[in-house]
Design a protein around this ligand. Structure first.
Ligand SMILES: [Fe+2]
Ligand SMILES: [Fe+2]
Length: 379
């Protein structure tokens, strides 16, 4: 315990007297007229139900929230009446709207809540033994699942780390990243379960990946962390999930990747819309975000040299014979080009196209002779 009250109420005469008064029926009732705004809210779509978008009205809404909402630093819900002199100061570090806000964030929250799934029962685990696959393919898949489990654990920590630092005026963002934390916990769960259910178990933890994950966690600002994690890292993971669905050894694995992809696409979209918001409303941060992504890209490059990519080559080629490895290399090369192309597309959509000229990824593509290749997956 480190925060102590200023009064010991059991020995406070005024407090005891007031308690006795209330018990005699001498109520104050001043709170009955709080002075809060009255609004009428209705579900725009009765089928969908009452959403945060329907509550976007007046002092309760988010459209009218200014860039710097001077006011409570405690947990007065937006729209509630509060006395600034008696509000507790929780010391939030993110107090400007553009520190955290994203276009469409209320919709992302609603979608997250309505599309939760269950790794225990939504994957037909009992069917796994029915599907034939070679031992080396299963081992490679277990390595891929080990990598995903590492990544997903930090993807759980990152939103949790920043959530309580945000001013409670931004509850739609806080709700969204809380939903992200549970999505990521479920992703770590499903990949762990898959590695063990296949009979191989977990394989090697990857230091290249973990250094990158540490850099995400230690980003100086939330927007830098978001650009690194949501836009770059999860964007890469989303491309990998799509690729992994394509090379899945069993239909059960395809199902698993379809479920994680719908969550991951939402996280990436939030990151894209946050970056767009920052660049539109706080353009002075552009260079700071460039510098953060310079290093983020550098960390991401390191992952191209790891057991992970060999495992993906074996999976893509469906084995370790020279012909299978050659086929795997071609498919994984396509994946790498796709990852970078899709990252560049996200930068364009966020209004950050000047990043593309500066990106280290262009040099990497040239260095490994992948520049100018057509990123189509073979059928
Ligand atoms: Fe995830
Ligand atoms: Fe994610």
């Amino acid at each position: 315990m480190s925060y102590y009250g200023t009064t010991d109420y059991v020995t406070d005469d005024d407090f005891i007297l007031r308690m006795k008064d209330i018990r005699k029926g001498n109520l104050d009732l001043g709170w009955l007229d709080s002075g809060a705004e009255q609004v009428k809210v209705n579900a725009a779509s009765p089928r969908r139900g009452l959403t945060y978008l329907d509550l976007n009205q007046g002092s309760y809404g988010y459209d009218d929230l200014p860039e710097i909402p001077r006011g409570p630093r405690g947990c007065a819900p937006r729209g509630a009446v509060f006395d600034i002199k008696t509000q507790v100061d929780l010391g939030p570090e993110l107090n400007a709207k553009s520190d955290v806000w994203a276009y469409k964030v209320a919709s992302f929250y609603e979608e997250a809540i309505s599309r939760q799934w269950d790794a225990t029962t939504d994957i037909p685990w009992q069917d796994l033994p029915k599907y034939e696959r070679s031992e080396e393919v299963e081992i490679a898949f277990a390595q891929l699942c080990t990598f995903f489990t590492e990544v997903e654990m930090i993807a759980t920590d990152l939103p949790a780390k920043w959530c309580w630092r945000m001013n409670n005026q931004f509850h739609e963002v806080k709700g969204f990243i809380a939903s992200q934390a549970i999505d990521e916990a479920r992703h770590a769960e499903v990949f762990r379960k898959r590695a063990l259910a296949g009979g191989v178990g977990l394989m090697r933890a990857l230091p290249q990946v973990e250094h990158s994950l540490k850099a995400i966690l230690e980003s100086d600002t939330y927007s830098e962390a978001s650009a690194f994690m949501h836009l770059l890292a999860e964007g890469n993971i989303l491309t990998m999930f799509r690729f992994s669905e394509f090379i899945s050894p069993t239909p059960l694995d395809k199902r698993m990747f379809q479920l994680v992809m719908q969550d991951e696409a939402r996280h990436v979209s939030y990151g894209l819309q946050h970056l767009r918001w920052v660049l539109d409303h706080s353009p002075e941060r552009r260079e700071q975000l460039h510098v953060a992504l310079d290093e983020a890209e550098n960390f991401s490059l390191a992952q191209f040299d790891s057991a992970l990519f060999e495992a993906m080559i074996v999976l893509a080629g469906k084995g370790t014979s020279p012909a299978q490895i050659q086929k795997g290399i071609e498919i994984v090369g396509t994946l790498q080009i796709r990852q970078i192309e899709e990252y560049f597309q996200r930068l364009r959509r966020a209004g950050f196209e000047d990043r593309i000229e500066r990106s280290k990824f262009r040099e990497l593509l040239a260095a490994v002779s992948l520049s100018g290749k057509d990123p189509q997956l073979p059928s």
